[in-house]
Design a protein. Structure first.
Lengths: 327, 469
């Protein structure tokens, strides 16, 4: 009896040591939201690409730490779970926008270790199927005639990504961003429902998200805010740049780990993602979802994040969002 | 004891020692109250603007799409920014939280909300201390994603700006109080110095006086509080001046009084020394002896008068009738020698009285002796003691020659002999002594013509009856 218990104890100790030895043995992905959101999607992508690449002994488990659009999780992983080597946390450009606006409390982008960006999505200007607007030029003319005739919509309020896209677009079209009408919805889905119902005229959304909804019909995209045309079903849609407007809105998705995770464990995660992103399954997975590859890892990602946050900070300042309302 | 130490300080020190802690205490209490009041006022004012934001959001909420939508004009957002110097958050959600726009996890209200009534509460939001306004109303129509009937609107702002407001308010109050306190202390020091300047002037005036200077102090420019003290001192000076004058008068009279019999004795002695006839020598010596008796009595009376003027009254209880009887008995042989009828009217009564027995005996004795001396042989003298409503009287009436009306008013003054100068030798002090004794007892001596055709009446009256003790 005693011998058995001792064996069991040894067994669990070895297991624990094994877990410590390799962070990828019991991998976890934390979605800092309730199930079903964008972060959930990110974790599912992580789960699939790492499984496809066969770099893990076990599939990635997904757990949820909701609160404050990522703020709660960010605070938890900076302070309490800061050395948890087997867990990656999902982030998006929305998280960086919040960081830039100081909505993650006293912490900054330097307080975690950014592991990998796995995908990018680009902004899309969406209108109802029966809208007279065919391109950005039409929108410009309409806005210049009477900005109050055009109602924009999006998930989140002033200062959110969708609002920023609308404001950036208006600015590029030569209209005062302060004069545009913007209706906030709970999320992109709600906004698109309102678009179909004719309650709003323009939705400043994301290309991938819109693509999922395109199947239901009733809506169409007049411009994507990407540097060049997107792949797959989105290929026919011209970019804003093609139409003569310099508008670009990029939304990246990725993961980070706590600040006290050891260099070796951090490197193991980076290598795993690098390998996964070199697989052909990865490109296919993204294309199916209308997402674009954005293979940035390690130090290069750290730099990119720093630069993005500083750009968002500049943009927020230009839009007078110093003390912004929540997204 | 600290209080005793405080009282020993100068007026200025005392004022400061008592005023400084009092005023500092009062200011501290005032500051605390100001803090409470301004915090409350700040909350009221800032809450109102929060309510304005809630109402503005409420007006822009729409459920027309079947979902929740809030139109957020940038101007409204600017209004948020103007509202507070810290971060502003809002949240529009169904009561069950299934549908929400804005900052999730804004702290919920501490108590269930009443529909249509905004409440405000303090809370923590991501490490920031915030003030939250919450308002709940019915939904126009149920949303597709939630069965909730009610819509909750919450707006929060950092408490920084209202704290700043309170802090500035408090700071200006504290500065004002400090300036006020310092000004007041300086004013107290200056005013006390100014007010006390006449007092120090008075002090140096008193210090500079000659020993014999008995003129009143100058009370001009003195504070009203010090006036009574100066008045009292002046009164004391006046009394001293009177006393000195009286003593000088007494001394003059006394020296005259003593010098006269001494001169007479000198003359008589010289006359006797020139005599050779033993018969005449003896006769001369007898005259000298008589003169010595007179001088002795005169001296004794002077001493008595000096004593009555100054000695303290030693009051005790005694029977007045007995005292009168004892006094009269002593003088009975003198009256008998002049075949006078000296009697006491109420010799068997008993009158409890109070006073200095020795002095009163002297007074009564003087009155009776005076009557015996100035009443013709065979005359009648009656002594009567009485007590009426706590006032005691001893009345001596004779049927002698009486006193001329002119002299009556001066009678009882010192060394004034009223009746029959020369023939009857008296010191002129008897009535003065009696009057002095009456006055020392708080009473009077009345000297008047007797009620009958002729005669003299003296009434000694003083408060000392049984009821008065």
């Amino acid at each position: 009896m005693r011998r058995l218990a001792a064996a069991a104890a040894w067994g669990s100790l070895l297991l624990a040591l094994g877990a410590l030895a390799n962070p990828l043995d019991r991998p976890q992905c934390v979605a800092p939201a309730k199930p079903g959101g964008g972060f959930d999607v990110t974790c599912r992508l992580v789960q699939k690409m790492l499984a496809d690449a066969k770099v893990l002994a076990k599939p990635v488990e997904i757990s949820f730490v909701p609160g404050g659009i990522g703020a709660v999780a960010y605070n938890v992983f900076v302070a309490k779970r800061s050395a948890e080597a087997n867990t990656v946390v999902a982030f998006s450009s929305g998280s960086l926008l919040n960081l830039a606006q100081g909505k993650f409390g006293r912490y900054t982008e330097d307080d975690v270790r950014w592991v990998a960006a796995i995908a990018a999505d680009y902004g899309a200007i969406v209108v109802p199927q029966n809208s007279p607007l065919r391109n950005l030029r039409d929108l410009e003319q309409l806005l210049r005639r009477d900005p109050t005739k055009v109602v924009f919509g999006g998930g989140g309020g002033v200062g959110s990504q969708d609002w920023m896209k609308a404001a950036v677009t208006a600015r590029a079209l030569g209209v005062d961003f302060k004069s545009i009408r913007f209706v906030a919805f709970e999320g992109g889905g709600e906004a698109m429902k309102a678009l179909r119902g004719g309650h709003i005229h323009v939705f400043a959304g994301d290309a991938a998200e819109t693509l999922q909804q395109m199947g239901d019909g009733g809506i169409r995209i007049i411009a994507v805010l990407a540097p060049e045309r997107l792949a797959g079903n989105l290929r026919p849609i011209p970019t804003a740049r093609e139409q003569g407007y310099d508008i670009r809105w990029e939304t990246i998705r990725g993961v980070y780990v706590g600040p006290k995770v050891l260099d070796a464990d951090y490197a193991a995660w980076v290598q795993a993602f690098q390998k996964a992103m070199s697989m052909p399954e990865y490109a296919q997975m993204l294309a199916e979802r209308g997402l674009s590859p954005f293979p940035l890892t390690g130090t290069r990602l750290q730099e990119h994040v720093k630069q993005s946050v500083s750009e968002y900070r500049k943009l927020a300042a230009q839009f007078g969002l110093r003390l912004s309302a929540a997204p | 004891m600290p209080w005793r130490r405080v009282r020993r300080l100068t007026l200025r020190q005392g004022l400061l020692v008592l005023l400084v802690p009092t005023m500092v205490g009062v200011s501290a209490i005032e500051l605390v109250n100001t803090y409470r009041y301004s915090a409350e006022a700040a909350n009221t004012a800032y809450d109102r603007s929060l309510l304005g934001v809630i109402k503005a959001i409420d007006a822009n909420v729409s459920t027309a799409t079947g979902g929740l939508a809030v139109e957020l004009p940038y101007r409204l957002f600017e209004l948020f920014e103007l509202t507070a110097s810290g971060s502003v958050h809002f949240r529009v959600a169904t009561a069950d939280g299934l549908v929400e726009i804005g900052s999730p996890d804004l702290p919920p209200p501490p108590a269930p909300l009443t529909l249509g009534k905004a409440v405000f509460y303090d809370a923590e939001y991501f490490g920031d201390s915030v003030r939250v306004g919450a308002y709940m109303r019915e939904l126009d129509r149920p949303l597709s994603a939630s069965g909730a009937q009610h819509l909750l609107i919450q707006v929060s702002e950092s408490t920084r700006s209202r704290e700043e407001f309170t802090r500035r308010f408090l700071q200006s109050t504290a500065t004002r109080d400090a300036v006020f306190l310092i000004t007041m202390f300086l004013a107290v020091i200056t005013i006390v110095s100014l007010v006390l300047r006449p007092v120090s002037r008075l002090a140096s005036q008193v210090r500079g006086r000659q020993v014999a200077d008995l003129t009143p102090l100058q009370a001009r420019d003195l504070p009203a509080d010090v006036q009574p003290l100066v008045d009292a001192v002046n009164q004391q000076i006046a009394r001293t001046r009177d006393l000195v004058a009286q003593q000088r008068l007494f001394l003059d009279d006394a020296s005259h009084q003593l010098r006269t019999p001494l001169a007479t004795l000198r003359t008589q002695t010289d006359a006797v020394l020139r005599q050779h006839d033993p018969q005449l020598v003896r006769q001369g010596l007898e005259e000298i002896s008589g003169q010595l008796d007179y001088a002795t009595r005169s001296t004794n009376q002077l001493l008595v008068l000096a004593r009555t003027d100054t000695a303290a009254i030693q009051a005790s209880a005694f029977d007045l009738v007995a005292l009168v009887r004892d006094t009269v008995v002593v003088l009975l042989p003198l009256a008998r020698a002049k075949k006078q009828d000296l009697g006491i009217e109420n010799s068997d009564e008993n009158l409890p009285a109070r006073g200095d027995v020795g002095l009163l005996r002297e007074a009564i004795s003087n009155l009776v002796e005076n009557a015996v001396r100035y009443t013709q042989p065979g005359g009648e003298i009656t002594v009567k003691a009485a007590s009426e409503r706590a006032t005691l009287t001893v009345e001596v009436v004779d049927n002698g020659p009486g006193v001329a009306v002119d002299d009556l008013s001066r009678l009882g003054e010192r060394f004034m002999r009223g009746r029959g100068r020369g023939a009857q030798s008296g010191s002129g002090l008897g009535l003065a002594i009696a009057r002095s004794i009456a006055q020392r007892h708080g009473g009077t001596l009345v000297l008047e013509s007797a009620p009958g055709a002729r005669g003299f009446r003296a009434i000694l009256r003083w408060p000392g009856g049984e009821a008065g003790t």
